[in-house]
Design a protein around this ligand. Structure first.
Ligand SMILES: Nc1ncnc2c1ncn2[C@@H]1O[C@H](COP(=O)(O)OP(=O)(O)O)[C@@H](O)[C@H]1O
Ligand SMILES: [Mg+2]
Length: 171
């Protein structure tokens, strides 16, 4: 059995009379330690798949197995634990807390999980050792994105899910 299994996953959104099928029988498997990139045009369902894998959205039908557990069957309490302890998520639009500094944004994430990494060191890893005290509004788009990446990495999660994590970063 693979570490991650997406089995016949269907995700439909209903907006009034209109039904949008974001995922139509999606199947894939990912092994432990694998680095996988999902490529597709905008609207293909990449964010939807990541949100489901991250325990942030439910599916219409199918199964999602992570580390031997069917996460589509978890209750709210178990899902919260899963998101908190197992998942690091880099959001497409960063989702930084605007009234916290770069280092505080990272600390906020590390405080809620076990085995987290040192926030200062992780910020240094993404090249932001001189931006610790800056608020998101004082950072460029790429720098904000790097804070978001640091925040996800610092949790030291089992699964690091990144939604277009380099869209604002030009090196
Ligand atoms: N909350 C939502 N309600 C209705 N439709 C949605 C919602 N989220 C995504 N969609 C639709 O699902 C499809 C897949 O979206 P998305 O997963 O964001 O694509 P991608 O990330 O590949 O650009 C799109 O057609 C989008 O309009
Ligand atoms: Mg997307």
């Amino acid at each position: 059995m693979s570490y991650i299994e997406f089995k016949d996953v269907v995700k439909e959104y209903t907006m009034g009379e209109v039904k949008i099928t974001a995922l139509n029988n999606t199947n894939f498997e990912i092994e432990k330690g694998e680095l996988v990139v999902i490529v597709g045009p905008s609207g293909a369902g990449k964010t939807t798949a990541l949100n489901i894998l991250g325990g942030m959205d439910n599916l219409t039908s199918g199964k999602v197995i992570v580390d031997g557990r069917d996460i589509s069957n978890l209750n709210q309490r178990q899902l919260t634990k899963y998101r908190r302890e197992d998942i690091g998520f880099v959001f497409q639009f960063y989702n930084l807390v605007q009234n916290l500094t770069a280092i505080e944004n990272v600390e906020l994430a590390t405080e809620i999980c076990k085995d987290s990494l040192n926030p200062k060191e992780v910020l240094k890893k993404v090249g932001l050792e001189n931006r610790e005290k800056n608020f998101p509004a004082q950072l460029s788009g790429g720098e904000q994105q790097r804070v978001a990446i640091a925040r996800a990495i610092a949790k030291n999660p089992k699964l690091l899910l990144c939604d277009e994590p380099t869209r604002s970063i030009r090196l």
